[in-house]
Design a protein around this ligand. Sequence first.
Ligand code: ADP
Ligand code: SF4
Ligand code: MG
Length: 334
Amino acid sequence: MNAREPIVAAAHAEPAARALLEVDALSVRFGDVAVVDRVGLRLRRGEVLALVGESGSGKTMTALALADLLPPPGRVDAARLEFDGRDLLALAPAARRALAGGDIAMIFQDPASSLNPCFTLGWQFGEVLRLAGVRGRAARRAAACELLARAGIADPAARLHAYAHQLSGGMCQRAMLALALARRPRLLIADEPTTALDVTIQAQIVELLLQLQRDAGMALLLISHDLALVAEAAQRAAVMYAGEIVECGALPRLFDAPRHPYTAALLAALPQHGDSTLRALPGNVPAPQARGRGCRLAPRCPRVQPRCRIEHPALLGDAHPVRCFFPLSTESAR
Ligand SMILES: Nc1ncnc2c1ncn2[C@@H]1O[C@H](COP(=O)(O)OP(=O)(O)O)[C@@H](O)[C@H]1O
Ligand code: SF4
Ligand SMILES: [Mg+2]
């Protein structure tokens, strides 16, 4: 790792705007292994930021760390972790969890991770709404029906009696979204929210997600390996590889003129929609234990030079930072 790497290596586009979430040098470790390695992110209110990258890049671990849902024995550290101006690192674990539980909601690829199979939807909404301070069963019931209706679920009162296994995949995802919104989060993290769904339903769920996001004025961290989806939904994107951000910037510019060879390869793989393998790049994301000391993409990179195998590139640049010694555009090559 390069000791000269700046601590502030963030997805900054407009530093002047007050951010909802500011993260510098966030790492997630299991033992000595950093599965997320000094990641920087910045999200403004109401903004949609996409986090993209192949499977195993560390996207989910980043999200779980932000939502304070990391499985043990994972540990988080960061140079800065601020939500709405509050320093989460300074809070006691219980206070941090309470804040993350209320203001930051997360939905997953698999609704089974969010919906409890043993309880009816009505029971689950009741619990969440009670925690959110809605008093009285009738009021909670009415609020649950309204949330389900907003999520496009017909006959919500009847659905309150249903268990997750009685709902279709799309319906589960809608219910999960409604449940996530019950506590009025200001940041929603959606981790591959449509990957498990039929292609025809994916578009509906994404449309719903964005509509609810706009209506609620929430910020959205959208994790996806589907670049076509990201291009339509997000204002900015951060590209992750082997635990690090390798490039980030505003859309559509980032995808129109990618500078990092990895982003370019992700885009080159676009026509194989739904195919998670990267035809433009041989091999896979290296396991955290198997990373070399140089650029982590070096074993797969079509532009690799001898320097790349010995030195670790830093993420450099303001509006469009990139982690590469030989980026695609030559105008500001280092
Ligand atoms: N419970 C765990 N313990 C240790 N390593 C883990 C654990 N879960 C995931 N990892 C490792 O963390 C890395 C990042 O995983 P993940 O965040 O799930 O990637 P992505 O969401 O981008 O596919 C992977 O190398 C994975 O093997
Ligand atoms: S630093 Fe070298 S190996 Fe790494 S992405 Fe750039 S050109 Fe490829
Ligand atoms: Mg994941």
